[in-house]
Design a protein around this ligand. Structure first.
Ligand code: PLP
Length: 377
């Protein structure tokens, strides 16, 4: 099997699995317990908090562990809006469903929500944000760093700086960027940042919201006061330890990983350009080094995914969460791409263990499929 779907999820690094292993049976205590068996586990959770904080150059006290990126995004948007019910929210039109659907739910409950437009490359339009900030200088803005489908990078530092000038709060979903790009919480001028372990070779079901502790945010899960009162519930200790280890490895290795990925992607894109009928989406924008979204005229994206599956190659059409629904990608539609072309979209997302041979086999399989479909220049 050739796995080319690392934006959907990544395998757990063996060093991460090894770090987690003792926290299932040997160190099973509750981190809130006062006796030694609890304290050992508490120390492990705090070490992981420091490792995750270091990945984004934040203070450990700013890290709130959650069940993943989805919960972190919900905590940011819902938690802030519940604490500031009269304030408006702006989200970019190309966000992950965990932001878009949260915004829609808040809208149903009375929050004023604005959708920030993107240009033809999928980059958020500054004038769209300015228009929101003029009307709602005390609002909340949510804009991702890297898009999960196209890989397009948003100018978050500039947008967050603009929001700060007006006095608004800025949240960024850094789930796809973390471990692939250098991230600095303070330098980005954001007040909240969402992270997820399973996109950086950590386990599924654990993530974090990094936040400026001066912000007033209401917890979504009320309980025993864990996570500084912002997220009740006994901690997912093994998951958190794994997230910490994965963050530590990503911090040490991201530069080398990203340089290799960029080389592999250049090879992949050169191969794709040689095939008939291929469009590379958002090719003119700055993107994550591992992501390519493309379409072949006349071949439905989901059909292509299934055809590649017969060659034991795993790729995705659109985002994993919405694939299977047959709906064209909201990201491509927001970029002004028509429905027919958007439906051809397939996403390749490379990972640290992919090789040139993987890329070449993928291209060879694609060539066969294109020929079978009778597509010629
Ligand atoms: C940009 C982005 N945000 C949030 C999420 C959700 O993260 P999780 O799967 O940890 O809930 C994803 C996962 O696909 C994502 O790509």
């Amino acid at each position: 099997m050739i796995y080319l779907d690392h934006n959907a999820t990544t395998p757990v690094d063996e060093r991460v699995a090894a770090a987690m292993e003792p926290y299932f049976e040997r160190f099973f205590g509750n981190p809130s317990a006062l006796y030694r068996w609890g304290r050992v586990v508490r120390d492990a959770v705090e070490q992981a908090r420091a490792q995750v904080a270091a990945l984004v150059n934040a203070d450990p006290a700013q890290v709130v562990f959650t069940s993943g990126g989805t919960e972190a995004n919900n905590l940011a948007l819902q938690g802030w809006s519940r604490a500031h019910p009269e304030r408006a929210l702006a989200v970019s039109a190309v966000e992950h469903p965990s932001v878009l659907e949260t915004a829609k739910a808040l809208q149903r409950h009375g929050t004023e929500v604005h959708w920030l437009a993107v240009d033809e490359h999928g980059v958020v339009r500054r004038d769209s944000l300015t228009a929101f900030l003029k009307r709602h200088p005390d609002g909340l803005v949510s804009c991702m760093i890297a898009n999960n489908e196209t890989g397009v990078l948003q100018p978050v530092r500039r947008l967050a700086g603009l929001a700060r000038e007006y006095g608004a709060v800025f949240h960024t979903d850094a789930v796809q960027a973390a471990g692939r790009l250098p991230l600095d919480f303070d330098d980005l001028e954001v007040q909240m940042m969402s992270l997820s372990a399973h996109k950086l070779y950590g386990p599924k079901g654990v993530g974090a919201l990094v936040l400026d502790r001066r912000l007033v945010v209401e917890p979504l899960l009320h309980g025993g006061g864990q996570e500084q009162g912002l997220r009740g519930g006994t901690e997912n200790v093994a998951g958190i330890v794994g997230f910490g280890k994965a963050a530590e490895l990503a911090r040490a290795e991201w530069r080398e990983r990203s340089a290799r990925l960029a080389e592999l992607r250049a090879r992949l894109e050169a191969g794709l350009r040689r095939l008939p009928g291929v469009t590379l989406f958002a090719a003119g924008a700055e993107r994550l080094p591992n992501t390519v979204q493309f379409g072949i005229e006349g071949i439905d994206g989901e059909m292509l995914v299934m055809a590649l599956d017969r060659f034991q190659i795993a790729v995705s059409s659109g985002s994993a969460c919405s694939s299977g629904g047959g709906e064209p990608s909201h990201v491509l539609l927001a970029m002004g791409i028509d429905e027919a072309r958007a439906k051809t979209a397939v996403r390749i997302s490379l990972g640290k263990d992919n090789t040139e041979t993987d890329v070449d086999r993928f291209l060879a399989a694609l060539e066969r499929i294109v020929a079978d479909f009778g597509i010629t220049r």
